[in-house]
Design a protein around this ligand. Structure first.
Ligand SMILES: [Zn+2]
Length: 375
C-alpha cells in the first residue's frame, strides 16, 4: 500500500513507482523550510491557454535546491511553501494550450527543455531577451511548480525543442549547471579577457565546474585553462573534461598556489576567472591571483558575504562580473552544441524515490558531477 497519510489534497507516498490515482502525479514538495521535501501524490496540474504541459523525463538536482530548503533565499524572496522543487527540467510535450500559436511548431511528443527564467515579457530586460533578469521573473521550482514531478506546466515561449536523439538525463543539467558557466564565460570572452596568451581559472569543480572547463576550451579563443578545487576526484574529472592543468588548493596559501600556477603555465596570475562556487575563501584566493586588467565572473554563491581588499581592485583595474543563470539565446546555443556532441557529462543518476538522500549528499558536497533524477 503506497498511500499512508492524507495531507490536504495530497497523498504521501512511501514507495510507489507511479502515481496510483488517476489524474494524479508524483511530486517532491517542500512543505516547511529546513525540512526534507515530501514525496507525495498531487493532482496533475491544469494549463493556462498559453502553456504547454510537459511530461517530465529528467530533472537535475542543484545546490540551490539545498539552499532553498535551508532558507538561503528567504531574505530575497520568501516563497511560501508548498514548493515543488526542481529547475533543471526536460521532458516530452504532453498537452498544448489553446492559445499557443501554431507557428511555435510544438506538437505532442516533442522533446523539450525548459528555459527557466520566466519574465513578464514587457520590461526592458525582457525586451532584449534577458527574461531571467526581469524584476517580475518567476522560476519553476522556486514558487511555480518545478520538475521533481511527473508533469509541469510551462509557458510555451519558455520551451526549446531539442533533438530527439539526445538523452534526457544529459539535457536536464544543461538548463542550469551546463548553462550558467556558459553565460559567465561568454561575459569574459566579450570583455576581451580570453585569448591565446591568456590563462583562465575555473574555480570550483562541482556540477557547474565540469561544464565550465569544457566551455572554457570551446569559447576561450585558445586560452589555457586551469581548474582549482579541493576534492581530488573532482579535480580528476576536470582534467578528464579538458582542463590543461588542475591545482589542488587544499591547505595551501595564496603564495603556494601562485607558485604552482607559475610552474604549470609560466605566470603566477590569472587573466580571467570563472567562479562556479562563490565560496569566501576561494574568492579571496581568486582575487589574490587576478592579474592587472583581470576579469572575474562569479556564477556561484555558497556564501553571501565576502571580505576582499578594495585598493588592488581599483589600482589594478579589475572587473567583477555577476553572471546569472542563462537566457533563451544562451540555452539555444548550448542545445546546438549538445546536438553536435560537443558537451560531455559526468552524471549521477537517481530515481524519484531517492531525492532526499541525494539532497543530503549534495549538501555534504559528496556528489561528483551532476546528480540527475530520471523517471
Ligand atoms: Zn520583464
Amino acid at each position: 500500500m503506497a498511500r499512508t497519510q492524507e495531507s490536504g489534497k495530497a497523498t504521501i507516498l512511501e514507495d510507489a513507482p507511479v502515481a496510483k490515482t488517476k489524474g494524479y502525479m508524483r511530486a517532491a514538495r517542500m512543505h516547511e523550510y529546513g525540512k526534507a521535501p515530501i514525496l507525495e501524490e498531487i493532482p496533475i496540474p491544469d494549463i493556462q491557454p498559453d502553456e504547454i504541459l510537459v511530461n517530465v523525463k529528467a530533472c537535475g538536482m542543484c545546490r540551490s535546491d539545498v539552499l532553498l530548503i535551508d532558507g538561503f533565499f528567504r531574505p530575497y524572496a520568501d516563497v511560501p511553501p508548498p514548493i515543488t522543487l526542481g529547475h533543471e527540467v526536460t521532458g516530452v510535450v504532453s498537452k498544448i494550450g489553446g492559445n499557443v500559436p501554431k507557428a511555435s511548431g510544438f506538437k505532442e511528443g516533442d522533446h523539450v527543455v525548459v528555459d527557466p527564467g520566466w519574465g513578464d515579457g514587457t520590461c526592458r530586460y525582457c525586451q532584449i531577451g534577458n527574461t531571467h533578469l526581469c524584476p517580475n521573473v518567476r522560476w519553476p521550482g522556486f514558487g511555480p511548480a518545478g520538475g521533481f514531478a511527473e508533469f509541469i506546466p510551462v509557458p510555451a515561449r519558455y520551451l526549446i525543442k531539442v533533438d530527439n536523439r539526445l538523452k534526457f538525463e544529459e539535457l536536464a543539467p544543461l538548463t542550469d549547471a551546463g548553462a550558467t558557466p556558459y553565460r559567465g564565460i561568454k561575459k569574459l570572452r566579450d570583455a576581451g579577457a580570453l585569448g591565446p596568451d591568456r590563462v583562465l581559472g575555473v574555480f570550483g569543480v562541482g556540477g557547474l565546474g565540469g561544464y565550465a572547463v569544457q566551455y572554457a576550451k570551446l569559447l576561450g579563443s585558445g586560452a589555457r585553462v586551469v581548474a582549482f578545487g579541493r576534492n581530488p576526484d573532482k579535480l580528476k574529472m576536470a582534467m578528464e573534461l579538458g582542463a590543461d592543468h588542475v591545482i589542488s588548493i587544499k591547505g595551501k596559501s595564496s603564495a603556494d598556489v601562485a607558485k604552482e600556477l607559475n610552474q604549470a603555465v609560466g605566470q603566477k596570475e590569472l587573466d580571467a576567472i570563472i567562479d562556479c562556487a562563490g565560496a569566501e575563501e576561494m574568492m579571496q584566493l581568486g582575487f589574490s591571483l587576478l592579474s592587472i586588467s583581470g576579469h572575474y565572473a562569479d556564477v556561484g554563491f555558497v556564501t553571501d558575504r565576502i571580505d576582499i581588499p578594495l585598493f588592488p581592485r581599483v589600482h589594478r583595474e579589475q572587473t567583477f562580473h555577476g553572471s546569472f543563470w542563462a537566457n533563451y539565446t544562451d540555452l539555444s546555443e548550448i542545445m546546438a552544441l549538445a546536438a553536435q556532441n560537443k558537451i560531455r557529462h559526468v552524471l549521477k543518476l537517481f530515481t524519484f524515490d531517492e531525492i532526499n538522500e541525494n539532497l543530503d549528499l549534495l549538501r555534504r558536497g559528496d556528489i561528483v558531477g551532476r546528480a540527475v533524477m530520471k523517471f
